[in-house]
Every structure is written in structure tokens, then in C-alpha cells.
Design a protein around this ligand. Structure first.
Ligand code: PGA
Length: 255
């Protein structure tokens, strides 16, 4: 099974409007010059950039745009929130759900994430769902248990057709923004475990087809070893995606 590589950028709460346009335009220009493979690139900026970036990427089939969060309700009196339908109407095609920063700072539970996934799917968004254990959980040897629970409660209610719209990112919380990356062997072990869980819940074909990303202090150097692991199909990049040169160098690993 040859799965297409995906490199996704998570800008988090960075870049004002002008800075965002400049960063994205630089990424596009560098990609035009340097990218020769068929890897897919998904850029997930703050909401304010979605429409402009979707417009700028129109003639660049390799690039898609995604949001970093969406509300679980279709619409209504939720001051300050953004719905999946609104996101889709900007031209964005993806949404990141279940990021550990949302689980931690906004109390998002597996149950809430499951609802958000359902609403996003109803609005024809593809989903990058993040899972991963904390430092404490890893030190206690609980990583497999934690991941199994996140998968079971957050994702495994989906039917086979719905599950096909999912990409899963394994992001160990201890590696996010810390400069400490999981070793390629640690990451591969978890990716293999996730694929096995999917095989058990669904079937071998679905487990073989699903794209599994690694995230957590990924950079142009460590990406080479990580992305060549059997079960790792690319990365979700935070800090390094804010530097056009570094981000395109990470994309280039998959040329
Ligand atoms: P990082 O973030 O690359 O800065 O560690 C990854 C993420 O949180 O998606």
C-alpha cells in the first residue's frame, strides 16, 4: 500500500492578517520552485486567514486549507464561536479537531470531540484528529491505554464511509513546542499501534489506507527519519511551519 504523504501546518494563534498573507505567499513561491513530489500540503491558519488563503491556493492543487477548530453545533447563540459550515464556506476543506491545546486549555473531552467530528463531517469537512499522551502518562507506561481511549471514545463511533474522511495525527504532548521530539522508533511504535486498533475496529483495508501523521517539534532534520517509518505518512507541524524556509524544507523531505 502506497499512501500519499501529507504535511500539515498548524499556525496556532500566530500571524496577523498581513503577516499571514506574506508567509503563505512565500511558501507557495518556494513550493513552486522546489517541490517535485505529489505530497499534499494542508495549511491551517487562524480563522481570519481562511478565505484569503483558500483564494491564493486556488491554482495550487497540492495545497489545501484547514481551520484549527470548529464548534459542535450547526449554528446558534454561541457568541464568539465559528461553525463547520462557516469554515467550509471560506473554501477551507479541513479542520483540526482534538488538538491537545484545546483538550487542555478549553476542557475538550473525547465526547465533545466526537460531536465536533460529526458536525464537521456533516458539513463536508475532512478532519485531522489529534491524539497523544502526556509526559506523566508516558512515564507511567500508560500511552497505549490513553490512545485506545481517545480513539474509541472520539472516533470509533464513525461508520466506514465517515472514517475515510479522517486523518489522525499522533502528537505526544511532551513533544509539542518543547524541542523534544519522539524518536523515530517511539513514533513508529505508536503509529503501528493506532493502525492495529483501526484494523480491529474496522478492517485491514481501512487501516492500510488511513493517513497517520506525527506531530511534536518536527523540523527539517528530524523529519527525514520520522517520515520514512513504515506507518508514518507525514507530519503536523507547529513552530517550524511559521518559517517558510523550514516548512518547505520539511515538505521537500517527501519529494
Ligand atoms: P510543534 O507543534 O511542531 O510546535 O511542536 C505541533 C502541533 O502542536 O501541532
Amino acid at each position: 500500500m502506497i499512501r500519499r504523504k501529507i504535511i500539515a501546518a498548524n499556525w496556532k494563534m500566530n500571524e496577523d492578517y498581513d503577516q499571514g498573507i506574506k508567509l503563505f505567499s512565500t511558501v507557495i513561491n518556494l513550493m513552486d520552485d522546489e517541490i517535485t513530489g505529489d505530497q499534499q500540503v494542508i495549511v491551517c491558519p487562524p480563522f481570519i486567514h481562511l478565505h484569503s488563503l483558500a483564494e491564493l491556493s486556488k491554482n495550487h492543487l497540492q495545497i489545501s486549507i484547514g481551520a484549527q477548530n470548529a464548534h459542535q453545533a450547526e449554528s446558534g447563540a454561541y457568541t464568539g464561536e465559528i461553525s463547520a459550515r462557516m469554515i467550509r464556506s471560506t473554501g477551507a476543506e479541513y479542520v483540526i479537531l482534538g488538538h491537545s491545546e484545546r483538550r487542555l486549555y478549553f476542557n475538550e473531552t473525547n465526547e465533545l470531540i466526537a460531536k465536533k467530528i460529526d458536525t464537521a463531517l456533516l458539513n463536508t469537512l475532512n478532519i485531522i484528529c489529534c491524539v497523544g499522551e502526556s509526559k506523566k502518562e508516558r512515564e507511567a507506561g500508560q500511552q497505549f491505554e490513553v490512545l485506545k481511549k481517545q480513539l474509541t471514545e472520539g472516533l470509533f463511533h464513525l461508520d466506514e464511509m465517515q472514517f475515510a474522511h479522517l486523518t489522525i495525527a499522533y502528537e505526544p504532548i511532551w513533544a509539542i513546542g518543547t524541542g523534544v521530539t519522539a524518536t523515530a522508533a517511539q513514533a513508529q511504535e505508536i503509529h503501528q499501534f493506532i493502525r492495529q486498533q483501526i484494523n480491529t475496529r474496522y478492517n485491514e483495508q481501512i487501516a492500510d489506507n488511513i493517513i497517520l501523521l506525527y506531530g511534536g517539534s518536527c523540523n527539517p532534520k528530524n523529519a527525514v527519519e520520522l517520515f520514512y517509518q513504515k506507518d508514518i505518512d507525514g507530519g503536523l507541524i507547529g513552530g517550524a511551519s511559521l518559517k517558510a524556509r523550514d516548512f518547505v524544507d520539511i515538505i521537500k523531505v517527501c519529494n
